[in-house]
Design a protein. Structure first.
Length: 108
């Protein structure tokens, strides 16, 4: 189940995400971080729903599809990884926020 979007590049702080090469570039250090296709699809879902709460079920349906059955803990692990990459303070996230009992919200 692939998310279709025209986003090619997206910036969060000093990081630029290149959806064509599946890389994140830290503009302050020039470090490149490679991501998987699933990670990129999840990022695209968040970016196309910026400032909206996305339920875990919606994430599972849109990124994993209805034929696969990952746990919601799988999503949590992806979010933890995004926080390591994008957040200055992982314990007090600005970009990838948990909405207790519902899911997640992304804001730039």
């Amino acid at each position: 189940n692939s998310i279709k979007t025209t986003i090619k590049h997206y910036e969060i702080g000093l990081k630029t995400i290149n959806f064509e090469t599946f890389e994140i570039i830290d503009n302050s250090t020039n470090e490149q971080i490679g991501l998987s296709k699933r990670e990129m699809e999840l990022l695209q879902l968040f970016f196309t729903h910026e400032n909206q709460v996305i339920s875990r079920n919606q994430i599972l349906d849109e990124v994993w599809g209805k034929d696969q059955f990952p746990t919601s803990r799988t999503i949590d692990n992806y979010i933890l990884n995004f926080r390591k990459i994008f957040e200055k303070n992982q314990k007090n996230p600005i970009h990838f926020q948990s909405i207790r009992g519902v899911g997640y919200k992304f804001q730039k």
